[in-house]
Design a binder for this molecule. Structure first.
Ligand SMILES: [Mg+2]
Length: 424
């Protein structure tokens, strides 16, 4: 290869001897190639071990892939990961001795080897997401490049995030609570905010198993969102999540009712499984309908996009298949002119990993951000990174090799789930 390249360069110089521009181009190219440092011998890189730890009652999986060249890669899986310690060990057994730089091939090897073990969705894919993310991280470190560069480069340097106000944690919040929470987010510099509309404790809910909202529940939802809109005015994006806890007629009613409030989106009015029911809601309203945090792999988004059943896709990149699959989902959505707005309930490791994907696709819209980064010190302690996490509603994309955020295992240990081995 080197010889043929040199020959090509020399021929270019000869052929261009009467044309200074061509000759200069070739010699500059050759010296640029010589100047490029080779930071490691990537072809010799081999995975030696995979270790993991669980926090957040088991719904936060952190893992590290170790190699024979003293560099490692970090990954994170969320939500669909409790009880998966032994699945991580199984994947580790499959990976020892393999070169982690073949990211897509290793991802496909693990996925195909699990066709009969549930590799289509759920925990299998969520753990694979964490593993795949670690492949990208270690590849970036081996080659001296940030992950976005490995994914084809960036469309943007800063990633817009929206604040999830997490009002589901408070019991029966009033419209005034929505307004106060909206104002708090705006004061922190965010220009997009999400609220939760599903409330199990709503006294106007007649039946915990029936998913039809009562008239008083509908009024409560409208009053809450109207208070948020009135507080922040028309120039701030607001959106609402129903967490898949209602039925199709309620989804239609809520979407129609919210039209005057011009939401950025209405999220998961119904559960994830029925594409035609989503289509029915989406076709009934001008309120944009968003779903995807409970869909897996690009396969899980194909029918939804083909039918036009949602206006915005929101895969969770720590759950739906990892960073490469996230990019494939975004590119698939882009064929339908559908924006990509990833769900994100991870640590700052998962947030920055998601940012690399968001930077690498044209149709990125906005990434989820969580109030817990500001209010729960654990989220500062469990990772290490340089610079502020977020500024004025944007995350600055890391330029460090790999993801640019590291797991801090020793600080994480005190939060570890009991009776599950922690990075052993
Ligand atoms: Mg949601």
């Amino acid at each position: 290869m080197a010889n043929s390249r040199r020959t090509f360069l020399q021929n270019s110089i000869v052929a261009g001897s009467g044309i200074g521009l061509v000759s200069n181009y070739a010699s500059e190219l050759e010296s640029a190639i010589k100047r490029t440092s080779k930071l490691s011998a990537p072809s010799d890189l081999k995975i030696t071990d995979v270790k993991c730890g669980f926090i957040r009652n088991g719904s936060g999986l952190f893992l590290k892939i170790y190699t024979n060249q003293d560099i490692w890669g970090c990954g994170e899986g969320v939500d669909a990961v409790p009880g998966t310690y032994h699945l991580v060990q199984k994947f580790g057994d499959q990976l020892r001795g393999k070169n982690p730089l073949n990211v897509n091939r290793l991802f496909e090897d693990i996925r195909r080897s699990g066709f009969f073990q549930g590799a289509q969705s759920g925990m299998y894919v969520a753990v694979l997401s964490a593993i795949e993310t670690a492949f990208w991280d270690v590849t970036g470190k081996a080659l001296g490049l940030p992950v976005y560069q490995l994914m084809g480069g960036k469309f943007r340097d800063r990633i817009r995030v929206y604040m999830d106000t997490a009002l589901y944690q408070s019991r029966l919040p009033e419209p005034e609570d929505f307004a106060a929470s909206a104002q708090e987010a705006v004061d922190m510099g965010f220009n997009a905010i999400k609220f939760d509309l599903d409330q199990r404790n709503d006294p106007n809910k007649y039946d915990q198993y029936n998913w039809t909202a009562s008239p008083a529940e509908l009024k409560r939802m409208y009053d809450q969102m109207a208070a948020a809109r009135a507080q922040v005015g028309p120039d701030i994006d607001i959106c609402a999540d129903m967490h898949g806890r209602y039925d199709a007629i309620t989804g239609i009613k809520v979407a129609k009712m919210m039209e005057p409030l011009h939401l950025m989106w209405l999220e998961e009015p119904i559960p994830a499984e029925n594409v035609d029911a989503y289509l029915q809601i989406t076709q009934s309203t001008s309120t944009p309908i968003c779903a995807g945090e409970n869909h897996y792999l690009a396969h899980g988004f194909r029918e939804m996009l083909e039918k036009g059943a949602v206006n915005i896709v929101m895969p969770d990149l720590q759950k739906a298949g990892g960073l490469g699959e996230g990019q494939r989902i975004a590119n698939l959505a882009n064929l339908y002119y559908v924006p990509f707005a990833p769900h994100m309930v991870a640590s700052y490791l998962g947030a920055m990993a998601s940012c690399h994907v968001c930077a690498s696709v044209p149709n990125f819209m906005v990434l989820e951000w969580q109030i817990y980064f500001h209010k729960n010190p654990m989220f500062q302690e469990i990772v290490s990174f340089d610079g502020p996490m977020v500024e004025n509603g944007f995350i600055t994309l890391s330029e460090k090799p790999g993801i640019g955020v590291e797991i801090n295992e020793e600080s994480m240990r005190k939060y570890a789930v009991k009776d599950v081995p922690f990075f052993e």
